[in-house]
Design a protein around this ligand. Structure first.
Ligand SMILES: [Fe+2]
Length: 153
């Protein structure tokens, strides 16, 4: 994965790493929004694209939840404040992914998907403006081992 290779060479900040992933995923999200706008995808293809985005987000969200959030917990608290907000949004996003994946004929998949894409883009920009600057202040760089797992160094 290109972002990982870059991080290995550069010892990038965790925010740079996560921003780079946001950028890649956002491109897929924007493309999907455009396709929804012009109605060029079948429901099956919308669901397939949503599944691809969910898969791309899985490791990303795990890195945030398992590495970034715990590292910031001491400074920001966990039960309220930005970490609680981000975590709640992760749950809402995950729930919407499953809802679209398991949608039935009577569900409006394009509408649910538009809700999802809006939620994702909004969530990314919130993390980038509220959380990542904190991470830059408080945390070091990341290192990626050969198995692809990311650690703060
Ligand atoms: Fe997130």
């Amino acid at each position: 994965m290109a972002v990982q290779a870059f991080a290995q060479e550069q010892h990038m900040k965790i925010s740079e790493y996560l921003r780079a992933e946001h950028k890649t995923i956002s491109e897929d999200v924007w493309r999907l929004e455009q396709q929804l706008e012009i109605g060029s995808l079948s429901i099956t293809d919308v669901k397939l694209t949503v599944r691809t985005i969910a898969a791309a987000l899985e490791n990303h969200a795990k890195l945030e939840e398992k590495v970034l959030f715990p590292a910031l917990e001491h400074a920001l608290g966990r039960d309220d404040g930005p970490l609680a907000v981000m975590e709640a949004e992760h749950s809402r996003i995950a729930a919407l992914f499953s809802r679209i994946d398991g949608a039935r004929d009577e569900d409006n998949v394009p509408m649910l998907t538009k809700e999802l894409t809006g939620m994702l883009l909004n969530h990314f920009s919130k993390e980038e403006s509220d959380l990542f600057p904190k991470a830059d202040e408080l945390l070091g760089t990341v290192e990626i081992d050969e198995s692809g797992s990311v650690q703060l160094v």
